[in-house]
Design a protein around this ligand. Structure first.
Ligand SMILES: *Cc1c(COP(=O)(O)O)cnc(C)c1O
Length: 349
């Protein structure tokens, strides 16, 4: 049967969906779980990458948005609002367009990858660039949503997490069991919360017998959960996780503690290394925040936190094409040649 999107596929696990819920979908989900043979071999583990960058707007945010926008439409809401480091706005814009409702997005000026900004604009959002960071934008959005009665579709919206948890179902369905370990980037901490909810729900339903250890990865310049303090001025090349005061702080700590995992940080240099590595070794082009997974994974193997031979899933949260500037500015320049075979030969010997 053709794929019908996460709501219809996992409806039995989404009790919030009723017969009255109009389903707004772009057929999100069903993303590939790719065995990263080459990097896995180098690290001595059985490594899979869950490539969430292949969702309709290029990130996992679509899983949450299909549920949040469907429920908003059910409520009769006329507009949605969100603060975003880019991917939430792209997703909110697309799903709101599809639902025929207005969307307003607030993004930190100068800190959103080009592709994400283009997406919010082309899908028809009202795009407001805030002179401040994500945390500042989220504070305004909370106020505006309350005062103006507009639906907030950030991950503080519980429906978002309901949708996002389906990624853990897909991983278990593909493997036939839960992985030993999951490694994922953590920004506002909605996704780590959602995955943990999903794994626990699948275990309760008898679909899996064990739970994975969850390892969360933050960027060193935006690592509130690692150092247990708010970062007033978060800084990292991985703009999707450039967040200094995560909304789901306690839930993230709980996911880590209950699962027996850890939350660690990686430097921007390590992120770029992981970014190049997963692309050049296994052909998977992810955005910098997603490469934090790979950087963290390498670090955890070196620290001995991930035993050799483990079955590991790294979450690639977003598509590399969203942020071509980071790829281009971190690689050597290309060569310019005349259109002749002699010229070409000079470069390939
Ligand atoms: C949103 C996002 C994250 C962070 O997810 P949180 O739920 O905020 O922790 C990581 N990577 C990408 C690509 C994202 O879009």
């Amino acid at each position: 049967m053709a794929w019908e999107g996460i709501i219809r596929h996992y409806r039995d696990y989404l009790p919030i969906i009723t017969n009255k819920t109009p389903i707004v979908t772009l057929l999100e989900g069903n993303t590939p779980l790719i065995r990263a043979t080459n990097l896995g071999k180098e690290l001595g583990i059985d490594l899979f990458v869950k490539f969430e960058g292949l969702n309709p707007t290029g990130s996992f945010k679509d899983r949450g948005m299909t549920v949040a926008i469907s429920k908003a439409l059910e409520k009769g809401v006329k507009a949605t609002i969100c603060a975003s480091t880019g991917n939430t706005s792209a997703s909110a814009a697309a799903y709101s367009a599809r639902a025929g409702i207005k969307s307003i997005v607030l993004i930190p000026k100068g800190y959103v990858a080009l592709g994400k900004l283009a997406q919010a604009m082309i899908y028809g959002s009202i795009v407001l660039e805030v002179e401040g960071n994500f945390d500042d934008a989220l504070n305004v959005v909370r106020e505006a949503s309350e005062e103006l009665g507009i639906e907030i579709v950030n991950s503080i919206n519980p429906y978002r997490l309901e949708g996002q948890k389906t990624a853990s179902f897909e991983i278990c369905d593909a493997l036939g069991k839960a992985p030993d370990i999951q490694v994922m980037p953590v920004g506002n901490a909605g996704n780590i919360t959602a995955y943990w909810m999903g794994y626990k729900q699948y275990k309760e339903a008898g679909k899996i017998n064990s739970l994975p250890k969850i390892f969360g990865i933050q960027a060193k310049g935006a690592a509130p959960l690692v150092y247990n303090r708010v970062f007033e001025k978060p800084e990292t090349i991985a703009t999707a996780i450039r967040i200094g005061n995560p909304a789901r702080w306690q839930e993230a700590i709980k996911a880590k503690d209950e699962s027996g995992g850890k939350i660690i940080d990686v430097t921007d240099e390590e992120i770029i290394e992981g970014y190049k590595k997963i692309a050049s070794k296994d052909g998977i082009f992810v955005e910098p925040a997603s490469a934090a997974s790979i950087a963290g994974l390498i670090k955890l193997v070196n620290l001995g936190d991930i035993p050799k031979g483990s079955l590991v899933v790294a979450i690639a949260t977003g598509n590399g094409l969203k942020d071509p500037n980071t790829a281009i500015s971190n690689l050597p320049p290309t060569f310019t040649v005349k259109p002749s075979i002699e010229e070409v030969k000079k470069f390939i010997q």
